[in-house]
Write a protein that binds this ligand. Structure first.
Ligand code: NAD
Length: 465
């Protein structure tokens, strides 16, 4: 009987053993997703890895498709629950962040193979899995980070033990349990992602020291990144930032005003990439501040109110945690400043070295400092960024200056003439990530960041040139 290509492909696709797992692999412990203790959770994720590691690439893609289609209807719930549990940010922006994580995180296609061929044969460089990854997630983007990390890490062939922030435990565990079930439904393997039932700082420490954790991915503040680095394990550290935005006198000031308000107000400034300090050349400072107000910002410009605002948001111990991720109105009222309506952002003029400029606040209060010229602005921005190597932005029409600043800042993300979120693929080209590795250098992470580069050689063959 003659077989055409279509029937041959259909026949091969029909052989489920080639493209998918045939039988459901249940955990030997009988528990799924959330466990009483860290060691049991990691043991289950290791068992899952041993099975997953035998599966074809198609299985990874199938798991990711299962997550995308199954979680899409829960984005609003996740966003609302995260807002209610943490008391931070706003639901509308969380919906957009979760959508970006779910639909714009790359999958298996991110693992691009490199090959060298010659008289000596063929040498392949392939991205292979680590095993069980320990992922520590923040309270500021709890579900976004879990969605984004799961897709990236599973695409690279790993399984994951999560250590969610205790302040976002309920919504994080719900998300992990839901995704675990969706992956099981898609590929029949249990415990591809796991966590403990009651996340605590102690359970995070126990996870970090477990010998079966092959790699630590830490998305959080400087304390936890440093702690992970002291374990001696390989760490992908996504730490704090204090992103400055430079505006020079050549910039399109109307666009700069609109972009900066959009970026800095996103989820009440919780994203680590959001503009956290403005450095503007004096000659266009008043115009920029006026543009901020045209875009819905509240300009605190009388000296008594400036002093009240500063006292409210910065205490002797540092940033006032009561105002992290709170609305502009809540912060202004708390500071005793009269406000009407719902401003998108609070802007306030301060000195170049004011504590408001120098600290990551994670709240919609944006300090603005004047500088004499572009060189002064660049020096100030470098000081404000403080060597976090995280994110910076600049608005200018002068290509030489844009180039000079991009090179000098050395940040993982540098956005020119756009809002900061353009740097994570929102309203721009490029993929989305919520884990921007800073001190360890992987930058905007994707599947390949969570893979080991392996070299595979076939000697004296497969060069067909
Ligand atoms: P955080 O540092 O309070 O917590 C992060 C994680 O570390 C949590 O899971 C928490 O449980 C754990 N943790 C913190 N201290 C610990 C300790 N002493 N022992 C054990 N575990 C500990 O961070 P957060 O407030 O949720 O997030 C905000 C910070 O994270 C900001 O500094 C922000 O810039 C940063 N962040 C960075 C990125 C990035 O991609 N670079 C992304 C999001 C947030």
């Amino acid at each position: 009987m003659n077989k055409n290509v279509e029937s041959i492909v259909a026949e091969i696709l029909g052989q489920s053993s080639v493209f998918e797992s045939t039988t459901a692999r249940v955990s030997s412990s009988g528990d799924y997703a959330s466990f009483a203790d860290v060691d049991s959770a990691i043991a289950a994720a290791k068992e899952a890895f041993n099975t997953f590691n035998q599966q074809p690439l198609a299985s990874r893609q199938k798991a990711i498709e299962g997550i995308k289609s199954g979680l899409a209807g829960f984005i609003e719930k996740l966003s609302e629950d995260a807002h209610v549990e943490t008391g931070m940010g706003n639901i509308a922006d969380k919906i957009n962040k979760n959508k970006a994580a779910l639909f714009n995180t790359p999958g298996v296609e991110d693992l691009e193979t490199r090959a060298i061929t010659g008289d000596g044969g063929i040498t392949l460089f392939e991205y292979a899995p680590y095993g069980v990854i320990g992922s520590i997630t923040p309270s500021t983007n709890p579900t976004e980070t879990i969605i984004n990390n799961t897709i990236s890490m599973i695409a690279a062939g790993n399984t994951i033990c999560y250590s969610p922030h205790p302040g976002a435990a309920k919504v994080s565990i719900w998300t992990i349990e839901k995704i675990e079930q969706l992956i099981f439904d898609a590929i029949g393997i249990r415990n591809m992602i796991v966590c403990v039932k009651q996340p605590s700082f102690d359970s995070t420490k126990a996870m970090m020291s477990n010998p079966d954790i092959a790699l630590l991915a830490v998305t959080g503040g400087p304390g936890i990144v440093k702690m992970a680095m002291q374990t001696g394990k390989k760490v992908i550290g996504a730490g704090e930032g204090n992103p400055p935005v430079i505006v020079d006198e050549t910039a399109d000031i109307a666009k700069a005003g609109a972009d900066i308000v959009a970026g800095a107000s996103l989820d009440y400034n919780l994203p680590c990439i959001a503009e956290k300090a403005v450095v503007v050349v004096d000659s266009v400072a008043d115009k920029l501040l006026t543009e901020f107000t045209k875009n819905g910002a509240f300009w605190v410009n009388n000296p008594a109110d400036i002093s009240k605002l500063k006292q409210a948001v910065l205490t002797e111990k540092g940033v006032n945690k009561d105002y992290i991720g709170k609305s502009p109105r809540t912060i202004l009222e708390g500071a005793g400043i009269a406000v009407s309506g719902e401003p998108r952002l609070v802007v306030v003029e301060v000195a170049k070295d004011d504590p408001l400029m120098m600290r990551e606040q994670l709240m919609p209060v944006l300090p603005v400092a004047r500088t004499t010229d572009f060189d002064d602005a660049l020096a100030t921005a470098l000081n404000v960024e403080g060597g976090c190597l995280h994110t910076a932005a600049m608005h200018s029409q002068n290509v030489s200056r844009l180039n000079k600043a991009a090179k000098a800042m050395r940040t993982s993300i540098f956005v020119k003439n756009g809002p900061s979120f353009a740097g994570i693929g929102v309203g721009s080209d490029g993929f989305t990530t919520f884990t921007i590795a800073t001190p360890t250098g992987e930058g905007t992470t994707s599947a390949r960041s969570f893979a080991r580069l392996r070299r595979c050689v076939l000697n004296e063959a497969f060069n067909i040139r």
